[in-house]
Design a protein around this ligand. Structure first.
Ligand code: ATP
Length: 803
């Protein structure tokens, strides 16, 4: 487009953008007023409170969407062959009149679709696609694409909005992923809008936009299924660094009903920060652990080797194993989890003990009677008793049936024991031993501290594998423990009676507090109500007020859906997105399926990037145990991140991992050629530091990727040259230079990558090739490899240079 006409087009679009922003400002103000009004209104019944909570949530979400659209509000325009024109943006904007055509169409609306799918070959009625590049509220450039057949046919792959896409891809990385609503590509759009309700798996090589697709799909689903807002979407990533990398994308799209989490953060109340050996985590992740835990719970249910004795009021009672086995079977009969079956078991045992105690007492009485009978003339005694009774009741004295009396006495004694025994310390100790009330934490700690118990619960594991699981209690939790805790929580169930009693006490306390507040308020009134009768009436009425007053402060849960979901282990999400899904072990899948009983999943990953020691080799192997064959596979084939040059540097590694996996096609060529250099082991830290400093002086972000064992030493060397460089458990991705391991770099990207000691990365784990592949494919522009020894054969083809 000639410069002058581009300028006038920019001005024209500027006017439209300014009008859109002023319209958004009006809508935003209206919403803020509505929100203030809702918050001001009293809500006294539970229903009113729930309605108010829902209204506040809805208004807050809409406000967040308006706020998020402040930047890049409008990014596209479609002109149709019939003269129609539509503007596209991050949100939909209506005009002042209800029936007016929308001023801006939400990118997720069906009417926006052609923006992502129209091509020169299949223009779908579109004549022109325009990308608007904006900075704050200003239009700075427009890119036009004519789809009327006048443009030359693309040489290889047809890109949608090529100029805008390439500009976005060339932009420097900031350490935070951005949304790409303006440049989504057709194959990505198809997956994002897929109506498939079940499990969708997206396989794609590095940089093909799997994370992009997953996050935009979450936004799309929340838009097209408004009810999903109430249940929220869970996005699971491999580690906190990755989550912080993607954390801005969905809020930037105005979506707040989303919880980003690692699997290790999904058990409220447990912070799983401990590290452990990959071999231990691998055993904990196996599906067989579900059986092991079930057996461990079973072993805590009256598994006794012989009769069990308990002394009640000095009386030794013995319970035979058959009786206990029978009681345990009856307690389990309804399929209740352990803690909920416990009261059933306890009741059966207490009934038995009460019967025995009543029998013991009756036996003692009989014995006394028998002893007396030996010494007293019983006929004379009965005569004397009859005479006494006649004296009391006249001739109507009730006849005495000895058996009936004994039976009634027995029953009464039994009832008394039924009441008393649950408080008897010996009985309580016995029941706690036979069928303890267990928390998931206690079950796991005790199991992993008990070699014999573990051997009995886990015969499927080898002694060496069981040895890996053993540890002292109290050592903290690891991420691999979390799915086990979750599994245990399901097997144990939660006896909520104590919690309900606590809530009742809490409510009584609130009412008492409210009453106190009202009393103080009343105390400041004039003395006119101080007539006794009236005071009596008042206090009853005030109690009602106090209840209402207390009620005002409960039930008003104004937390966001994500906050509520994060605090509730039993929260059922409307949809779950699993990124880097090739990393998810089977036990974690069980947990995730429980978090979404409707099994609505988007699963994205790349089998070639699996770092799991015993990871699955295929999606079928990974998913079949949980979803059977009920999942659909989609593929992404174009690599948007790395240049063709960087891609070809990693080709041989991919072939070594999976000869049958097709490498993704790089979207752009002509970048800097990757290179390698030999650096003697003793010189490696200094050489690496020098190279990092040189790269840092260039453009964009820099990652120095090191073998795990050498991270601290090499990171400190880099820091000596680049003091601002960040490394550690959660490095700051917004620093110019970040030092990390290949595992930590999963899912991330940097303008420049310097890889240190590839052979040590290869030797560092049984999945060394996969780790190396991940490391090489993080670079968008520049890639350099420093190798202390001979170069690994898979990297021999890189150009050799002086470092
Ligand atoms: N349509 C697009 N428009 C602009 N940028 C895109 C597009 N698709 C992907 N990208 C960019 O390509 C890069 C790689 O995307 P993403 O991280 O989603 O890939 P990935 O398949 O998850 O990669 P990996 O498996 O290596 O983690 C990101 O910078 C992303 O913003």
């Amino acid at each position: 487009m000639p410069v002058q006409s581009e300028q006038s087009e920019i001005e024209r679009e500027q006017a439209y953008l300014a009008m859109l922003h002023s319209q958004v400002d009006i809508h935003r103000e209206k919403l803020a007023r509505e929100l203030a009004e809702v918050l001001r209104e009293p809500a006294e019944t539970a229903q009113a409170q729930a309605e108010r909570g829902a209204a506040v949530g809805r208004l807050n979400r809409r406000l967040a969407a308006f706020d998020a659209a402040e930047h890049g509000l409008c990014f596209g325009r479609l002109d149709s062959v019939d003269g129609g024109r539509r503007y596209l943006g991050r949100i939909g904007v209506r005009g002042a009149e209800e029936d007016e055509e929308p001023l801006l169409i939400d990118w997720r609306a069906p009417a926006a679709r052609a923006f992502y799918t129209a091509t020169a070959a299949a223009p779908q009625g579109v004549r022109l696609r325009r990308h608007l590049h904006t900075r704050e509220r200003r239009v700075v450039r427009v890119d036009d694409e004519l789809l009327d057949g006048t443009a030359p046919a693309p040489a290889d792959m047809e890109l949608c909005g090529e100029a805008a896409l390439l500009a976005a891809l060339r932009a420097e990385r900031t350490g935070r992923m951005r949304d790409v609503v303006a440049t989504l590509q057709t194959e990505q759009d198809r997956i994002i809008r897929s109506p498939h309700a079940g499990v969708m798996v997206v396989q794609g090589g590095p940089g093909t936009g799997k994370t992009v697709v997953a996050l935009h799909r979450a936004a799309y689903l929340l838009y097209s299924h408004p009810r999903l807002d109430e249940r929220g979407v869970l996005v699971v990533g491999p580690n906190p660094v990755f989550l912080s990398y993607i954390s801005q994308v969905l809020p930037g799209l105005g979506e707040t009903s989303v919880l980003l989490s690692t699997v290790g953060e999904l058990f409220p109340g447990v912070t799983a920060l401990e590290r452990e050996d990959a071999a231990v985590a691998e055993v904990k992740g196996r599906l067989v652990m579900a059986e092991v835990l079930a057996a461990a719970v079973r072993a805590r249910q009256a598994e006794v080797g012989g009769p069990v004795e308990v002394i009640v009021e000095g009386e030794p009672l013995s319970l035979e194993p058959e009786l206990l086995i029978d009681a345990a079977e009856r307690a389990r009969a309804d399929g209740l989890p352990h803690n909920l079956a416990r009261p059933v078991f306890c009741r059966i045992v207490i009934e038995e003990l009460a019967r025995r105690m009543a029998g013991v007492v009756a036996g003692m009485e009989e014995q006394i009677e028998a002893d007396l009978a030996g010494r007293i003339d019983s006929a004379a005694l009965e005569q004397a008793v009859a005479k006494d009774l006649a004296g009391l009741f006249g001739q109507d004295a009730p006849p005495v049936d000895r058996h009936e009396r004994e039976h009634a006495e027995f029953e009464e004694a039994e009832r008394a024991w039924l009441k008393a025994l649950p408080y008897d310390p010996q009985v309580r100790a016995l029941l706690e031993w036979l069928w303890p009330a267990l928390t998931p934490q206690r079950l796991l700690e005790e199991l992993f501290a008990d070699p014999r118990g573990l051997a009995e619960a886990a015969p499927q594991l080898t002694p060496a594998e069981r040895e890996l699981l053993l540890r002292e209690p109290g050592g903290g939790w690891t991420p691999a423990d979390v799915p086990l805790l979750d599994e245990a929580a399901e097997l144990l169930g939660e006896d909520r009676r104590a919690e309900r009693a606590r809530q009742a006490r809490e409510r009584a306390r609130q009412i008492e507090y409210a009453q106190g507040v009202l009393d103080i308020a009343r105390g400041s009134r004039s003395g006119e109500d101080e007539n006794d009768d009236e005071a009596e009436l008042l206090s009853a009425a005030d109690l009602l007020d106090a209840e209402l007053f207390a009620g005002r402060h409960e039930g008003q849960d104004l937390r966001t859906v994500a906050e509520r979901a994060a605090a509730d282990r039993t929260w059922a999400f409307g949809h779950v997105i699993v990124d880097e899904a090739q990393e998810v072990p089977p036990m974690a899948w069980r947990l995730l399926v429980r978090r979404c009983p409707t099994r609505s999943f988007t699963v994205v990953g790349d089998m070639a990037q699996s770092g799991q020691t015993a990871g699955a080799r295929s999606w079928t192997q990974a998913l079949e145990p949980f979803f059977g064959t009920r999942w659909r596979l989609e593929r992404l084939t174009v690599n948007y991140r790395t240049s063709a040059e960087v891609m070809s540097a990693s080709d041989r590694v991919l072939t070594a991992i999976h000869p049958d996996l097709e490498p993704a096609r790089a979207v752009r060529a002509g970048g800097v050629r990757p290179w390698r250099a030999r650096a003697e082991a003793a010189d490696l830290p200094a050489r690496l530091a020098g190279l990092a400093a040189r790269e840092a002086a260039g453009t964009g972000s820099v990652a120095v990727i090191t073998p795990r064992e050498d991270l601290a030493r090499l990171a400190e060397a880099v820091r000596a040259a680049v003091p601002d460089a960040s490394w550690g458990r959660e490095p700051d991705l917004e620093r110019r230079v970040v030092v990390l391991t290949a595992r930590q770099s999963k899912g991330l990207e940097f303008d420049s990558v310097v890889l240190a000691d590839p052979q040590a990365v290869l030797d560092g784990s049984s999945h060394g090739l996969n780790d190396l592949y991940v490391a090489l494919t993080r670079a968008t522009e520049r890639l350099a490899v420093l190798h202390p020894g001979p170069v690994p054969p898979v990297l021999e083809h890189l150009e050799e240079r002086e470092p």
